[in-house]
Write a protein that binds this ligand. Structure first.
Ligand code: AMP
Length: 177
């Protein structure tokens, strides 16, 4: 399958749901993409080949949809997986960072011992919108003593300007809207 065919397939497997989870939000539902084994495997392969095997020590997935993609990417890289979770979910000692969402406000946490010093970390999430979520995850990884090698998302909502807020980061989006 060519890259263009894969883009078209993935795009056809993203469902837009109006007014979810609140009025005015056009929610990008990736469950059809995850359910299509060709689209899901193609997305994971494209992320791994963009960065290159051997360049990443840990893949950090952002709760909750980011976990699904990040775990598959980590396996494919031969890297470890680290969950970046919403407040109060991780059992051991954490660092936390608060941020603004396209809809609402939230806090993310990571275990303080999640990374070895200077490990190269790839951040993975489903959607990049305003960039607040990824920005908070970057600060958590850095606070925990590791380096952010880049960030991959399935979808980027370009009108919300997230990429501009993450100026020093290699932001890799499989699909842009
Ligand atoms: P942001 O912090 O604004 O970049 O928002 C990104 C986070 O919110 C990601 O974890 C997404 O899962 C979620 N998100 C934001 N906007 C949308 C949207 N329109 N459709 C689906 N998920 C979204």
């Amino acid at each position: 399958m060519t890259r263009l065919d894969l883009d078209e397939l993935m795009r056809s497997r993203v469902r837009e749901v109006a007014d979810f989870p609140e009025p005015g939000v056009r929610f990008k539902d990736i469950t059809p993409l995850l359910a299509d084994h060709v689209a899901f495997a193609g997305a994971v392969d494209a992320i791994v080949s963009h960065h290159g095997r051997g360049t990443i020590d840990k893949v950090a997935g952002i709760e909750a949809r980011g976990f699904i993609v990040a775990a598959a990417v980590a396996y494919h890289f031969g890297a470890g997986f680290v969950p970046v979770r919403k407040a109060g979910k991780l059992p051991s000692t954490t660092y936390s960072a608060s941020y603004h969402l396209e809809y609402g406000e939230a806090t993310l946490e990571v275990h303080q011992d999640a990374f070895a010093p200077d490990e190269r970390v790839l951040l993975v999430d489903d959607v990049l919108a305003t960039g607040g979520t990824v920005g908070a995850a970057v600060s958590l990884v850095e606070t925990a003593g590791a380096q952010v090698a880049g960030c991959s998302v399935l979808l980027e909502l370009t009108a919300l300007g997230g990429r501009n807020r993450l100026a020093n980061l290699d932001v890799h989006a499989l699909l842009t809207y």
